[in-house]
Design a protein around this ligand. Structure first.
Ligand SMILES: CC(C)(COP(=O)(O)OP(=O)(O)OC[C@H]1O[C@@H](n2cnc3c(N)ncnc32)[C@H](O)[C@@H]1OP(=O)(O)O)[C@@H](O)C(=O)NCCC(=O)NCCS
Length: 187
């Protein structure tokens, strides 16, 4: 089952038109504020095609996120192996990247919950992590809303950033199976 459904969203496989949306997403300075840089078209096209193939192969990875009413790409949610070595790897991570027009609606948290459920129920993982630049408050709030926990002993330097870069210090959040916050608040 490559598509996940939530109350308001679909997390679905890639279509041709999503490649162009990914290019625009990764060229947006607001979206890429806590990444090494914005990304040029050719590199983003390569990445999107790779993510699409991996999703087709595995049935998970980077899902495209759309609302249930509109097929347009509004962002992406990831569930993947952490693609580098660190004290906490091997590990599976969740991640998110949305157009600013889709921020402030709870979409990242809602979509990530579905990916976590997939991780624990379908892949039967025991733990999922999430990581981001220490300064990325918005992303950290998503992790906290999901019920993930932070321990400063897991802080690390992300070597994708030059020494001294303001985004080099990173934080790690963890959640174990059964530890995630519920889908909806209790009434
Ligand atoms: C990180 C990112 C996904 C967070 O997006 P977000 O919209 O702030 O996060 P959520 O989807 O959880 O939405 C929460 C916000 O929606 C609001 N909201 C509105 N309706 C809501 C609802 N029905 N349910 C939950 N929250 C709702 C919340 O109050 C909260 O707003 P606040 O932070 O101003 O208090 C987004 O900023 C982004 O794509 N950034 C660029 C990429 C990036 O940095 N990715 C992470 C790199 S590791």
């Amino acid at each position: 089952m490559a598509t996940l459904q939530t109350e308001r969203l679909l997390l679905r496989p890639w279509r041709n038109e999503d490649i162009e949306a990914w290019v625009a997403l990764c060229a947006d300075a607001r979206v890429m504020e806590f990444f090494p840089s914005t990304v040029e078209r050719a590199e983003s096209e390569r990445t999107a095609n790779r993510l699409r193939l991996l999703h087709e192969r595995d049935g998970y990875g980077w899902w495209v996120v759309q609302t249930r009413e509109d097929p347009a790409f509004i962002g992406a949610i990831a569930l993947q192996q952490v693609p580098f070595e660190a004290a906490f790897t091997p590990a599976f991570e969740i991640g998110w990247r949305f157009f600013p027009s889709a921020w402030g609606k709870g979409y990242a948290t809602e979509g990530a919950r579905a990916a976590l459920t997939f991780a624990f129920e379908r892949l039967e993982l025991e733990e999922v992590v999430a990581l981001t630049a220490t300064l990325n408050r918005r992303s950290r709030r998503v992790m906290e809303r999901l019920g993930m926990t932070y321990d400063s002993r897991d802080d690390f330097e992300n070597l994708r950033f030059e020494p001294g870069h303001r985004c080099r210090p990173h934080v790690l959040y963890r959640v174990q199976r059964g530890g995630e916050s519920p889908q909806r608040e209790a009434p």
